[in-house]
Design a protein around this ligand. Sequence first.
Ligand code: ADP
Length: 399
Amino acid sequence: MIWIVLLAVTTIIALIWGWRGQRNLRRELAYLRNRPVVAPPPPADPFNQLFRTLSAALDAGVIVVNDGRTIRYCNDVAAKLFGVSASAVLNHSVITLVRDYQADTMIEQSIRRRDPQQVTLQPVLSNRTIRIWCEPMPESGALILARDLTQLSLLERARRDLVANVSHELRTPLASIKLLVETLATQPPPELAQRMLGQVDTELDAVMQLVDELHELSQIESGRTALQLQPTAVSTIVERAHDRIQPQAKRKDLRVVVTIAPDLPEVYVDRDRISQVLLNLLHNAVKWTDAGGTITIEAGLRSRAELGHHLSRMLEPSNRWVTMAIHDTGAGIPAEAIPRIFERFYKVDRARTRGVGGTGLGLAIVKHLVEGHGGVVWVASSEGRGSNFTVALPVVEDE
Ligand code: ADP
């Protein structure tokens, strides 16, 4: 009997144990079936966050290549500099980015010799100046920096041109003064000496005019001449300029005619500066017009639409513009010279200007002053028939 009971108990225990084992197994299987799929860990990023942040913040192209010159990293500045997308050049040879044999060779040599090198490129198509530095890394590969030096080299060229122009403009009067002084040292007859002193004085005036105009232009360009803007009647400016040019015009037997449209609105200008603009233009008109000619000063009001393409690059929203035009019946300006006429030191024809004087800075000053007032100046001219310089200033409307 005991045996039967023992057998029954053992069987029950075995059954319970088996059932529990089966339940655990089922649970395990269900867990395995439903467990979330874990993605394999990503490959380690060789460029840490600090490097990426730094190169994104830099105002320079940053490229990392391996020893075989395959691009491993390229920031947006580098991609933009060479006109490609950063992802398109990744894992490609560096030449697909720089597209320059000289630069590719420099990078290859720099990596091979483990020696920092640089090269300056001027890609023909983009008209830019790009400098590339290659810095080999201690273990392998190299860091390449690329910078756009276009603006810098333009400034450098402008500086060289300025020095060349100033020395050219100074050389002529200074050479004359030296010659005159040497002759005066030989004690010429008094009336000849007197005449020569007069010539020395004229040449010194030319040097002083050049220095004054250069100083003025640099002040305007550096923004150091603050404009004293105030509401001003156009007639006041025009009449003032007319009165000041009249004696010179009379001396040359030129007629000056003034026409001012009625009811012109006031303009918001620096009176002295705008008078200087008109006077510069009038001086030129007198200088380039032969005796018996006519100079006309005409002030009027035009709409934005009437001024058309002259305003196209202007942001000025004004709809009404006051125009002051100086017309002469003089020598005129050849068509090919018109686009350059407002450049510093530009003279139409040095042979033509010899004896007439002038530094070639007058119109550059005019342009700067007019643009400083939010205005625009342009010229229409035909050679031998006269010129027409127009200054347009925006009318500041009351709210
Ligand atoms: P400059 O001091 O030599 O007169 P500007 O900048 O005023 O210099 O003028 C540049 C050149 O433009 C002059 O050398 C001249 O050849 C030409 N020019 C300017 N105004 C006139 C004009 N009204 N008629 C003909 N040529 C002009």
